[in-house]
Design a protein around this ligand. Structure first.
Ligand SMILES: Cc1ncc(COP(=O)(O)O)c(C=O)c1O
Length: 383
């Protein structure tokens, strides 16, 4: 086992003040603040305070945030639109689809975060039919897609990683099935992006969405959507606004001139302060490098699996790091009670349903993992 990551972890740890007092194992929910993200927020406040208004600088910061996101997923900045949440991004995608004739099915995995499924279900009055790829033993039954995807499928919605336990889906294979059937693929990468390399072109997917507060080291209130350049010009989202225009600053109320790039999915004034912070967070991930991060998280994830087993904890889902992120879930009784008991001992875990999720990140150490497991085992024993 490699006991050190392939980067200077101590240098990064010094930049996260929360580590002086806590062990954050809740990166699947909210990553901690860094000196860089704090400085980015202050840069916006200074700009607002010092100049009153600087739209050119603010818009270029939004463009730089899109570019940073594009770098993370192997895309171009023009392939990226900005939203305030992943739900909003999915709604915009749904609004660009037609549900008519024989092609009206959306294939949805049962591992989707509920908000994504809700957006697809909300299309039923427009003619959509929703079918489900089932979850068994904490993972989506991959073979189910073979039967579910056919020439009636409009879109396949497959999260990259399951929010409950980090189980990964083979989105390249799913996209291949979808494309062969003439359907689009939408990937929610909120629980994986920042922990593992992702290249949208290699995956062959049409849409990828993620917010920023989890493994991208950012905050709520901003999310990004990748739209494959080959499809963008045939899509006209009904969720739109002036930033979706070819020239937003033409102020022409009577012309719906669609931007030729993914920015046709942009809507209104973007979340500017969030873009400052999001860019700084994603810059950290791009600097450390998703491949380096994955290498370290495979070690930490294995430590969680083995250490949980050794302490008598019950794992939720697969024990194989080849098909999961480092987010590792343990079945407990009252997860919210246990989360709060752990917080009293300075370990921040994340409760979901009947599980406690322990989600380390690139700055986490073996010692963090061991202490978190000890604290969870104690809390579970005394609950
Ligand atoms: C996989 C996943 N998708 C989507 C969301 C929610 O997205 P939003 O609140 O930005 O719509 C979450 C979690 O909070 C999530 O874990």
């Amino acid at each position: 086992m490699a006991m050190n990551p392939p980067y200077d972890i101590e240098q990064w740890r010094r930049r996260i003040p929360l580590l002086r007092t806590h062990i954050p194992m809740n990166n699947c929910s909210q990553a901690p603040q860094t000196d860089a993200t704090r400085a980015a927020a202050e840069r916006y406040l200074e700009s607002w305070n010092g100049s009153g208004m600087d739209w050119d600088a603010w818009m270029s910061e939004v463009a730089l945030a899109k570019a940073e996101f594009a770098t993370l997923i192997g895309a171009e900045p023009r392939d990226v639109a900005v939203f305030s949440s992943v739900s909003e991004a999915a709604s915009a995608v749904a609004s660009a689809l037609q549900f008519s004739g024989d092609r009206r099915t959306i294939v949805v995995s049962e591992a989707e975060f509920p908000t994504i499924a809700h957006v697809w279900l909300a299309q039923q009055p427009r003619g959509a039919r929703v079918t489900w790829a089932p979850v068994h033993d904490g993972a989506v039954d991959a073979a189910a897609y073979d039967d579910l995807i056919d020439d009636r499928t409009v879109l396949v919605s497959a999260c990259h990683a399951y929010y409950m336990n980090g189980a990964l889906q083979d989105t390249a294979h799913i996209a291949k099935l979808a494309r062969r059937a003439g359907a689009y693929t939408f990937v929610d990468a909120y629980q994986s992006l920042g922990t593992i390399p992702i290249d949208v072109a290699t995956l062959g997917i049409d849409f990828l969405a993620s917010g920023n507060l989890k493994f991208l080291m950012g905050i709520p209130g901003i999310a990004f959507l990748y739209v494959r350049p080959g499809i963008v010009e045939r899509l006209q989202p009904m969720v739109t606004g002036w930033f979706g225009r070819a020239n937003p600053f033409a102020f022409d109320a009577k012309s719906l001139d669609w931007s030729p790039t993914a920015s046709r999915f942009d809507t209104g004034t973007p979340p500017v302060i969030n873009a400052y912070i999001a860019r700084a967070g994603m810059e950290i991930i791009n600097t450390v490098g998703p491949a380096n991060i994955r290498a370290w998280l495979v070690e930490l994830g294995q430590r969680l699996i083995d250490g949980g087993r050794a302490r008598g904890l019950t794992l939720h889902g697969a024990a194989d790091m080849r098909c999961k992120t480092a987010t590792t879930a343990f079945v407990v009784g009252d997860s919210h009670h246990i989360e709060s008991a752990m917080r009293d001992r300075a370990v921040i875990a994340s409760a979901r349903g009947n599980v406690i999720r322990l989600a380390p990140h690139f700055y986490s150490t073996i010692d963090d993992v061991d202490q978190a497991l000890d604290t969870l085992a104690d809390a579970a024993r005394t609950a």
